[in-house]
Design a protein around this ligand. Sequence first.
Ligand SMILES: [Fe+2]
Length: 388
Amino acid sequence: MPYDAQLNFVFWCPTKIVFGENTALDIAIEVESLKCKKALIVTDRDLIKNTDIPEKIKKALGSLCVGIFSDVEPDSGIHIVNQGAKFGKELGADCLVSVGGGSAIDTGKGIAILMREGGRLQDYAGFQILTGPQTPHIVIPTTAGTGSEVTYIAVIKDHHEGRKLLFGDYNILPNVAILDPRMTEGLPPKLTAATGMDAMCHAIEALHSLQREPMADGLALHAIRLIKEFLPKAVENGKDMVARGQMLIAANMAGSAFSNAQVGVVHALAHSVGARFKVHHGLANSILLPACLRYNADVCGEVYLDVLSALGADTEGIQPDKAGDVVADKIIEFTMKLGLPQRLRDVGVSEEGLKECSELALSDGAIVYNPKFISESTEILQIYQQAW
Ligand SMILES: [Fe+2]
């Protein structure tokens, strides 16, 4: 697929990646390699209530662990970050170990900022505001989807103002990501499927982004191959450590791809139904992806032919302008086999609410990277209606 003659880009992923079954239990080595001695574990309430994962990490850290902060909720907010940073400072923590899904990891990024910079978290919202490295941060994902362990973005809710704050800064990229398939084996099939489709959307959106670039493209295309092969296996048998491991790698590659290339219309629309109707992020992406592919089809033919190849399809004879439709059909076939819902109406979205979501989506930051310029909320409404 062709690149502009004026191609220029920055690719940034300094995070050390450690992969392998039970590697999370070697966490002490990573803490010591960062020259730290007092680690604070950041995790969510569900994980501490329903699994022994945080306790295992605590045990593996031994005397290097000064405490566990386990108050993270889904869509974590500023007040949680404030509590975590206060707790960390009281304990004299010199590094953070985030254990969980996107919310725990983003909370860890917020705590890392406050423990180093002090003040109000709100004041650091925006892009490239931080002036130097933050509190050392090791991340152990327990889902395979967000890729947050290698993204320079954190999303933290401001419950007081009723909005989500975006923190985009190279200084909040975690120092180490430990991808241990054992950490995801307890994830139920539906969540495995939905989070896996989030990773699929990251990969496809990095490829069709206006800011796409060759380094990210390579990661994204391989992520698609892995998701196509291993997501069904991980959904079918959560104990399949090969499938779990390959999905962690795929989510990580897709995360690194979109952290550099950005995402587009699929995420803009998913963020809005997520905010308005609390639809799970991965599920919203999965449902919206086919309609968005059809929308972009006339400007992304070559890219979508590459996506088709990565999905294992024979592309011979497919005209580029038809590739979007063919990919959309393939995605529907794939998500149906995963047992995921297909329509927005199936996940609690009302038809009357679509207009409001369209207006919200038009001002979402991701929309500017979509390859097809969208200037009217009515265009978005048509995509929503197709997916409804
Ligand atoms: Fe996402």
